[in-house]
Write a protein that binds this ligand. Structure first.
Ligand SMILES: Cc1cc2nc3c(=O)[nH]c(=O)nc-3n(C[C@H](O)[C@H](O)[C@H](O)COP(=O)(O)O)c2cc1C
Length: 194
């Protein structure tokens, strides 16, 4: 283990927009296995391991596109409906190689608050994202408001106690697309040592 490399990977991880992804460049099954293995090592309270993932690749991406568009059309008040947003929801899944629905499955231990299950799933996503970044694979966490709703949950065939926390677009950046640079305000401004 090397702190310098770990810190460098964390700072290197970026969100890659679906439109900048190459949908044709394959992701090996070995890599998928490793990414989900990394996700599976996330910390969690009470051994609930509440993360679940549904992967839409190939033709199934259209299923995801339809689910997003249907939820947006159904759940958006008419005055707020934006045709451009609706269109983008239909296109983004096709720009990426795969879309991963992020699901939190509530454990049956009532002592573990729902927020902690959500936090654990976010840790799993971060593990996935970091591992992907280390191989040059792009990931983008998208959380449209309708993604939290009942209509979308129905399309994903979620069951009692399961909640969608958004979707991950996954794909290698298009050839020639530089890996984006990021920025953060200084960490020191967010820390108080006592
Ligand atoms: C829980 C969560 C939900 C997010 N949802 C969206 C989203 O709906 N739309 C979006 O543009 N970015 C979304 N993002 C990605 C952020 O925009 C992105 O992480 C941020 O711009 C920082 O860029 P970086 O990931 O390259 O450091 C989300 C990130 C998180 C952690």
């Amino acid at each position: 283990m090397n702190l310098e490399q770990t810190a460098a990977l964390i700072a290197h991880r970026r969100s890659i927009k679906p439109i900048d992804m190459d949908p044709e460049r394959e992701i090996t099954s070995e890599l998928w296995d490793t990414l989900f293995e990394c996700a599976n090592w996330a910390p969690n309270h009470g051994h609930t391991e509440p993360w679940r993932f549904i992967i839409y690749s190939g033709d199934a991406r259209s299923e995801m596109a339809s689910a997003l568009q249907h939820a947006y059309k159904t759940d958006t008040p008419p005055g707020e409906f934006r045709p451009d947003k609706h269109e983008k929801m239909g296109l983004n899944p096709l720009y990426s190689h795969s879309i991963v629905a992020i699901i939190m499955k509530r454990g049956d231990n009532p002592k573990i608050p729902a927020i902690e299950e959500i936090e654990a799933v976010a840790c799993a996503v971060q593990n996935f994202h970091l591992a992907a970044a280390s191989t040059g694979l792009g990931v983008f966490w998208s959380s449209p408001a309708v993604g939290y709703g009942h209509t979308f949950a129905q399309s994903l065939e979620l069951t009692e106690g399961e909640q969608c926390l958004g979707v991950l677009y996954v794909g290698y950046p298009k050839e020639g697309k530089p890996w984006p640079t990021g920025s953060r305000r200084p960490a020191a401004a967010k820390i108080t040592f006592k």
